[in-house]
Design a binder for this molecule. Structure first.
Ligand code: AMP
Ligand code: GLY
Length: 427
C-alpha cells in the first residue's frame, strides 16, 4: 500500500524532507509560501499558514493522509500535531505539550533541572525586567539573555560576546518580553545532533555545525543559520572521542523524562572544557541542518515514520558516510533589512553534483522572488569536508548576484580555526 504523507512547511528544511520522502510515498505539502522545489515533487500543494491547525487537518483529510510531518516550530507551538492526532492522522512531530522543550525556554531549563538532565547551565527565569537587570549586576560572570518564547534564534543576546552588560540591560528594558531566562554564558564550540524519537526510542544522526552569524569570519548579527557542515562519521573535527556519546546521553535523558515525545528532537550543544552542555533543544529538524543530514540518510525516512506510527521498533539508521557542506543564499541585507520581493536567478542546470534546496522564496510564475528570509541553499557531498565544500562552491554557480552567501563555511581555514579554538579551551 502506498502511504499518503502530508508535509507542513515551505523552507529549505522542508524541501530536504520532501526530497527524502517523495520516492517512497504519495507526498502532499502545505505552507504559506509556494516553495518551487517542494511543489515540483509533491502530488499536491495547498497554500495554508503552518499555524492554521484547522485548515491543515481539513487538507490532510481531503487527501486521505496516513501520516504527517511538521517542519517548523511555529506549527508545533500552534498545536498542529495535537489537531492531526485528534483527527486520527499520525503526526511525526511532538504535541504542543512536549514541544515546549523548544517553545518555552523557561520550561526547558526547569525541565532539565527537575529531571537532572546533564549539561544544564546555571540559570534563573524572570518576569520582572528590573529584577533581571539586578541579577545581571550581581552575577559573577557573563550571562546569556533569552526571551522565553520563540524568536527564530534571533532574540538571544550574549554578554561578553555580542553585547555588554549595559547593552543587555537596555535590551531588557526596551523590549516587551513577558519572561526571560538569564543563564550562564557557555564558552566553546557549538554543534547540533538531531534524533528521530518515538515510543521512547532514540535514533541519532551525525553531528552538524551551523553558522549563525550573518557575515564571514563569524561577524555580524545572528541569523536563522547561514550554512553548516557534517563529517564522514558521527563526530566533527573539533570533537574528541566521547563528546558525541555524551551529547547523545543528554538527548536520551530528555526522552526518558518525556516518554510521549515523538518526532525529531534536536539538541544544540556547546562543547565546553567540561564536555557538551545544552544551549537549547528544538522540537524539529534544524534548518539548515536537515539539508546536511537527510541527503546522507540511506534508511528510508518513511520507514522511520511508519514504524513510529505503528508502534514497531524504529529501524537502525544507515548513512552513506559522506561529508556535507551546506551554504545558504540569502537576500541582500538579511537579517536586519532584507531585500524582500527581489527577483533572483537560480540556474538549476549549473548546480553540478551539488543539491539545490529552495527555501523561503515565492514562485510567481514569471520568476523566483525573495521573501524576508533565506532564499535557497546548495549542499555539496563528498569523501571529506574539503571535497564537499568544493562541490558546494561549484553548485553556487547557480546563484545570481542578488543574494549573499557566506563562502567561508566548510573551508579548511574555518574548520581549522574551530579545532584551534577548542584546543585552546581544553588547555
Ligand atoms: P538559541 O535561540 O537558544 O539557540 O540561541 C541562539 C544562539 O545564542 C546560540 O546558537 C548560541 O550561539 C547563543 N547562546 C544561547 N545560549 C547561550 C549560552 N548559555 N551561552 C553562550 N551562548 C549562547
Ligand atoms: N539552525 C538552527 C535552527 O534550526 O534552529
Amino acid at each position: 500500500m502506498t502511504e499518503t504523507v502530508l508535509l507542513v512547511g515551505g523552507g529549505g528544511r522542508e524541501h530536504a524532507i520532501a526530497r527524502a520522502l517523495a520516492d517512497d510515498c504519495d507526498l502532499y505539502a502545505c505552507a504559506k509560501n509556494e516553495n518551487p522545489g517542494i511543489v515540483r515533487i509533491a502530488s499536491g500543494f495547498e497554500s495554508i499558514d503552518e499555524t492554521d491547525a484547522d485548515a491543515i487537518v481539513e487538507y490532510a483529510e481531503s487527501i486521505g493522509a496516513d501520516a504527517a510531518i511538521i517542519g517548523p516550530e511555529a506549527g508545533l507551538a500552534a498545536g498542529v500535531s495535537d489537531a492531526l492526532d485528534a483527527a486520527g492522522i499520525y503526526a511525526f512531530g511532538p504535541r504542543s505539550e512536549e514541544a515546549r522543550i523548544e517553545t518555552d525556554k523557561a520550561f526547558q531549563r526547569r525541565f532539565m533541572r527537575e529531571n537532572a538532565v546533564p549539561g544544564c547551565p546555571d540559570f534563573e527565569t524572570f518576569e520582572d525586567m528590573e529584577a533581571a537587570c539586578r541579577y545581571i549586576d550581581e552575577y559573577d560572570g557573563d550571562l546569556a539573555v533569552k526571551p522565553a518564547g520563540l524568536t527564530g534564534g534571533k532574540g538571544v543576546k550574549v554578554i561578553g560576546d555580542q553585547v555588554t552588560a549595559a547593552e543587555a540591560k537596555t535590551y531588557l528594558r526596551e523590549s516587551d518580553y513577558d519572561r526571560v531566562v538569564l543563564e550562564e554564558r557557555l564558552v566553546g564550540e557549538e554543534f547540533t545532533i538531531q534524533a528521530f524519537v518515538a515510543n521512547e526510542e532514540v535514533r541519532t544522526t551525525p553531528a552538524v555545525q551551523d553558522h549563525k552569524r550573518a557575515y564571514e569570519g563569524d561577524e555580524g548579527p545572528n541569523t536563522g543559520g547561514m550554512g553548516s557542515y557534517s563529517d564522514t562519521g558521527f563526530s566533527l573535527p573539533f570533537m574528541d572521542e566521547g563528546d558525541y556519546e555524551a551529547a547523545v546521553a543528554i538527548i536520551e535523558a530528555v526522552v526518558d523524562a518525556l516518554p510521549a515525545y515523538k518526532g525529531i528532537l534536536y539538541g544544540q550543544f556547546m562543547l565546553t572544557e567540561e564536555g557538551p552542555r545544552v544551549v537549547e533543544f528544538n522540537a524539529r529538524f534544524g534548518d539548515p541542518e536537515a539539508m546536511n543530514t537527510l541527503p546522507v540518510l540511506e534508511t528510508p525516512f518513511l520507514d522511520v515514520i511508519t514504524a513510529a506510527r505503528d508502534g514497531n521498533p524504529l529501524p537502525e539508521l544507515e548513512f552513506t558516510g559522506e561529508a556535507t557542506v551546506c551554504k545558504y543564499a540569502v537576500p541582500d541585507g538579511y537579517p536586519t533589512d532584507p531585500d524582500a520581493g527581489a527577483r533572483i536567478d537560480v540556474d538549476e542546470e549549473s548546480v553540478g553534483d551539488a543539491l539545490l534546496f529552495y527555501a523561503s522564496v515565492e514562485d510567481r510564475g514569471d520568476g523566483i522572488y525573495t521573501t524576508t528570509s533565506r532564499a535557497f541553499a546548495v549542499v555539496g557531498l563528498g569523501e571529506s569536508i574539503a571535497v564537499a565544500e568544493a562541490s558546494a562552491e561549484e553548485g553556487l554557480a547557480a546563484a545570481g548576484d542578488r543574494v549573499r552567501i557566506r563562502h567561508d563555511i566548510g573551508t579548511r581555514d574555518l574548520v581549522e580555526r574551530r579545532i584551534d579554538h577548542m584546543d585552546a579551551i581544553r588547555e
